[in-house]
Design a protein around this ligand. Structure first.
Ligand SMILES: Nc1nc2c(c(=O)[nH]1)N=C([C@H](O)[C@H](O)COP(=O)(O)OP(=O)(O)OP(=O)(O)O)CN2
Ligand SMILES: [Zn+2]
Length: 148
C-alpha cells in the first residue's frame, strides 16, 4: 500500500484524517489533443483523501475511514470512467475524465456524503495519482471559505 508523504493543506480545523486507497479503472480523454490518452487505457488510481473538522461523531470518528473509501471504490473500481454519465461526458471538456476532473468529482462525492453526517467535516484535499509520474492535488476550499 502507499507509504508516501503527501502535500499538506492549510486549514483551521482541530482534527484531520487521511485515507489512502486505490481503484482500477479505464478511461480515455475524448480529444485528439490528448494524443495517446485519447485511446482507451487503464490505471490503478491512488487516492489520498484529507478530511478535517472540529467535532467528532458519536463513535469518536471524524468520519469512518471505510465509509469514504467505499463511496468511491464501489462506484468506480473496474469501470470505464467515461461511462459514468452523471459525472463525465465525451462532449463537454469540463467533464472529460482527466485526472483533474476525476479528483474534483471525488471531492464533490465525498463532500456530499460528509454534509449528511452529524458532525459535517470538510474534504479539504484530494490527492489523485494516475501514473507513477503523474498526479493532481485538488483543494475544494482553496481560499478558505468553508461555509460553501
Ligand atoms: N493535465 C493532464 N495531463 C494529462 C492527463 C491528465 O489527466 N491531465 N492525462 C494523460 C493520460 O491520460 C495518461 O494516462 C497519463 O499521461 P503521462 O503522465 O504522460 O503518462 P506516461 O506514463 O506516458 O508518462 P511518463 O512521462 O512516461 O512517465 C496525459 N496528460
Ligand atoms: Zn490515463
Amino acid at each position: 500500500m502507499m507509504q508516501q508523504i503527501y502535500p499538506s493543506v492549510a486549514h483551521p480545523f482541530r482534527y484531520e484524517l487521511n485515507k489512502d486507497f486505490q481503484f482500477a479503472a479505464a478511461h480515455y480523454v475524448p480529444s485528439e489533443l490528448a494524443g495517446k490518452c485519447s485511446r482507451v487505457h487503464g490505471h490503478t488510481y491512488f487516492v489520498n483523501l484529507t478530511i478535517a473538522g472540529n467535532e467528532l461523531d458519536q463513535t469518536g470518528f471524524l468520519v469512518d475511514f471505510s465509509a469514504v473509501k467505499k463511496l468511491i471504490h464501489d462506484r468506480f473500481d473496474h469501470t470505464l470512467l467515461n461511462e459514468h454519465a452523471a459525472f463525465f461526458s465525451d462532449e463537454d471538456p469540463a467533464r472529460f475524465p482527466t485526472t483533474e476532473i476525476v479528483a474534483k468529482t471525488i471531492g464533490e462525492l465525498i463532500q456530499a456524503y460528509l454534509d449528511q453526517t452529524e458532525n459535517k467535516p470538510k474534504c479539504v484535499q484530494v490527492f489523485l495519482r494516475e501514473t507513477p509520474t503523474s498526479y493532481v492535488v485538488y483543494r475544494p476550499f482553496a481560499g478558505g471559505a468553508y461555509d460553501r
